[in-house]
Design a protein around this ligand. Sequence first.
Ligand SMILES: Nc1nc2c(ncn2[C@@H]2O[C@H](COP(=O)(O)OP(=O)(O)OP(=O)(O)O)[C@@H](O)[C@H]2O)c(=O)[nH]1
Ligand SMILES: [Mg+2]
Length: 471
Amino acid sequence: MAGRATGLWSPSLRLGVTGLSRAGKTVFISSFVHNLIHGGRLPLFEAQKSGRISRAFLEQQPDDAVPRFQYEDHIDSLVTSRIWPESTRAISELRLTIEYESASGWSRLFSSGKLSIDIVDYPGEWLLDLPLLGKNYREFSKEAFEMAEFPVRADLSADWRALSATIDPTAAADEMVARNLAESFSKYLKACKEDGRALSTLPPGRFLMPGDLEGSPALTFAPLPDLADGRARSGSLQAMMERRYEAYKTHVVKPFFREHITRLDRQIVLIDAMQALNAGPGAMADLERAVMEILACFRPGRGGFLTDLFSRRIDRILVAATKADHLHHESHDRLQAIVRRLADRAIKKANFSGAEVDVLAMAAVRATREGTVKQGRETLPVIIGTPLKGETIGDEKFDGKTETAIFPGDLPAKIDDVFEQGKNTASDDPAVRFVRFRPPKLEKTAEGVTLSLPHIRLDRALQFLIGDHLA
Ligand SMILES: Nc1nc2c(ncn2[C@@H]2O[C@H](COP(=O)(O)OP(=O)(O)OP(=O)(O)O)[C@@H](O)[C@H]2O)c(=O)[nH]1
Ligand SMILES: [Mg+2]
């Protein structure tokens, strides 16, 4: 009731931004805020288009204990230095307040015309820990070994599995053994994330993104193989591992959900579909599994172990493939169709319902322009941008200064080909040519005013995520 009452005079909306590492969270939030503050070109964002937004500005965030999203630093690198912001490895938050005029005369009389949006950036890896709450150590261990034996991961996990095979879970607990196992296990988890393989993630999320927990006992555990039924002998390695696993759940996973996830109103899940497409059907299947698990986190079934953790319910979720500026616009719809398929399958598998889910192919920051190049009699659609220093195509290596036109290739017309093993898009024959570009040089108006960051379909994302609250 108190929340409702205060909500009346200061409406606020908590927007979660998540995605696996490098999915584009930081860039998305930076561009989101920059475009609102600087009145960017957002024709599909109704409130902006109709001129009802009078002002957007940053305010102090309500949660003092959460690091602030370093907006100014990120914009400085994007706009001034034209380099991508550094990787962020933990949660952060930013409050953006929008002053607007309501569209209907009636509500103009009553509403304050002010909306505060608390944007929360958090690693998708942490979210994927949620299912652990429903698993005991034995189940967690069993699943971890099953996943590790999948063909896509078997070679990466070989060292860790070999080490585990030499361990006796019933032997006396030994700190060094625990540490070696934990290190070997997290080395394997990290290897899954290497470029080229582009596998999505396995829990525990903090093994990849420890935040401030690096080295703590709650992170010094690993699954053990072939655990016998019944209680672990007190003082044994298994008992120690089990205790730490439970500590991880109690002290890391639960508080994170209670304090952050359960308070969200809206959510955007960013996915790097370009990288997965580039890596082939194995990586696509893996991405689909990750999206399924992420969606399942937001809609726990009734009566499940998670229901009581949730107080507010997220009512809209956007699954967005960012970085569409790597493709010519003719391929954007195709990319969106691929994301749609991926999300639909994930929704079905997650047995998910209740929240409105939309999908989008977008670029939070558009690093390329489009053009055409004549090759013989053919006119090819190309994208033009400045490839990052060190990027290569064939034997050409780029210096980070020269603009280049690139024929990005076409996405397969048949969507099934993207998902099916043994068809097209193997990593040695990628469907798209994926070169990373530098952030764009911002245009200036005739008066010398720098414009906001260019984007592709960011306005659609805004409309879906916050548009109805500015009606
Ligand atoms: N061309 C283009 N590249 C993008 C875009 N968004 C992200 N990228 C690229 O993806 C990289 C990762 O983006 P970030 O926003 O840092 O990703 P993140 O999800 O915050 O990553 P972590 O902080 O490591 O979890 C950037 O360094 C860019 O190279 C985009 O809209 N267009
Ligand atoms: Mg980040």
